[in-house]
Design a protein around this ligand. Structure first.
Ligand SMILES: [Zn+2]
Length: 307
């Protein structure tokens, strides 16, 4: 099967999801007892990295984890089933440190942003899915309708309330991220939690009853005072921090006048195409730093710079 090209990291997940499986319970149990199956261990969302690679464990390794550790089915690749296992769940999770977690002696539970540049893109996509799902189950245990503790169903693809029978699906928060263009310059900004000099495309959550194109226009006007036209969708990126779908746009700005909302953006500037091309080639340009390669903002800049 040909996989669609998407330059964004965390995209292009190689696993086949099992939404068409008729008997999830039987498949889950059989796969978890199959020595070919693999566990993707996470400690509070951090993957286990050993020898510069993602450490996926044999299904038999489950015995080393807490008996009630959260186990979720992710999908199948080459006949091999993949499960996320939460090394930080279980009765002693509040006191145990990552160094004491199962298999910490063969590597290190490492923040995904640090691991992203080490491991393969396929493994990163799988780990992103594992982090997303484990975080959703951890934070959505109770029915939003009636408050009763809900059950994991379909191998972890959903939860269902045993009292009111409401089915709950993993949350996805859509975000519009926009590279605003005016002639041969693009607008980059810095939010308060970025270090000085680190600039990125502006972004914001899509709000209720809003299209991502409308959100793109609204956010750039609210944050920078810039009006946009011709908002053009480019590509998307799953962003498991914890559950965002980044939708990337390039759009035309009416002019370069800036009126910043300094609560959201502490600095913004129009950066010339020449400077962006130089920075993408690794050449320094003053005190500007572009977003890292695992971000969709970087790929929006690359796409614009190649045009
Ligand atoms: Zn309920």
């Amino acid at each position: 099967m040909t996989r669609p090209y998407n330059p964004n990291w965390f995209a292009n997940n190689p696993l086949m999801r099992l939404n068409n499986e008729k008997d999830h319970r039987a498949f889950f149990d059989a796969s978890l007892n199959d020595p070919q199956s693999l566990l993707v261990p996470l400690w509070r969302g951090d993957p286990l990295i050993a020898g510069g690679k993602a450490a996926f464990l044999s299904a038999a390794a489950r015995e080393e984890f807490a008996k009630d550790a959260l186990v979720l089915m992710l999908g199948v690749k080459d006949g091999c089933a993949y499960f996320a296992i939460d090394a930080s769940s279980g009765p002693s999770s509040s006191t145990t440190e990552a160094e004491d977690a199962p298999f910490a002696d063969i590597g290190q539970y490492m923040p995904i942003r640090e691991a992203a540049g080490l491991i393969s893109r396929d493994d990163l996509a799988i780990i992103g899915q594992a982090r997303w799902l484990t975080e959703w189950h951890r934070s959505h245990r109770f029915c939003a309708n009636c408050g009763v503790l809900s059950d994991i169903i379909d191998g972890g693809a959903k939860r269902q309330c045993p009292a009111c029978e409401r089915v709950h699906f993993p949350r996805t928060d859509p975000v519009a991220i926009v590279l605003a263009i005016h002639e041969s310059a693009c607008l980059l900004g810095r939010s308060p939690h970025f270090p000085p000099g680190f600039l990125s495309a502006l972004a914001g959550f899509v709000e209720a009853a809003e299209t991502p194109e409308e959100a793109a226009k609204r956010e750039i006007f609210e944050e920078a005072g810039v009006r946009l036209a011709n908002v053009r969708y480019q590509f998307s990126q799953p962003w498991p921090f914890p559950a965002s779908l980044m939708m990337g746009f390039i759009a035309d700005a009416e002019d370069r006048t800036l009126n910043l909302d300094t609560d959201e953006i502490v600095e913004a500037k129009w950066v010339a195409l020449d400077d962006i091309q130089a920075l993408l080639n690794g050449e320094p340009r003053g005190d500007i730093f572009l977003p890292p390669k695992f971000t969709i903002a970087r790929h929006l800049l690359e796409r614009w710079a190649q045009q």
